[in-house]
Design a protein. Structure first.
Length: 82
């Protein structure tokens, strides 16, 4: 048993506030929190397991890095293809 119940207050990353804030559990799925409500801005979102989503800038950097790496060694980017 996870110990979570509807209405419990836990920390999670709010996508609207863009920071870690207190959230109330709004819905649960298989004993785990599914939907959260930020207690600061009152927006609802999926439970993010206290992790911030990657920024678009980070995703672009990763894509560019893979392009450079693939030009040097194609096996280093996707080892499953070899």
């Amino acid at each position: 048993m996870s110990g979570f119940r509807l209405g419990d207050v836990i920390d999670d990353f709010c996508v609207k506030c863009k920071r870690m804030t207190n959230h109330s559990i709004v819905s649960m799925l298989s004993g785990e929190p599914a939907k959260m409500r930020c207690r600061t801005c009152y927006s609802d979102h999926d439970y993010r397991h206290e992790t911030a989503p990657p920024t678009k800038k980070d995703l672009k950097k990763e894509q560019l890095f893979k392009e450079v790496l693939s030009s040097v060694d194609p096996k280093a980017v996707d080892p499953e293809k070899s």
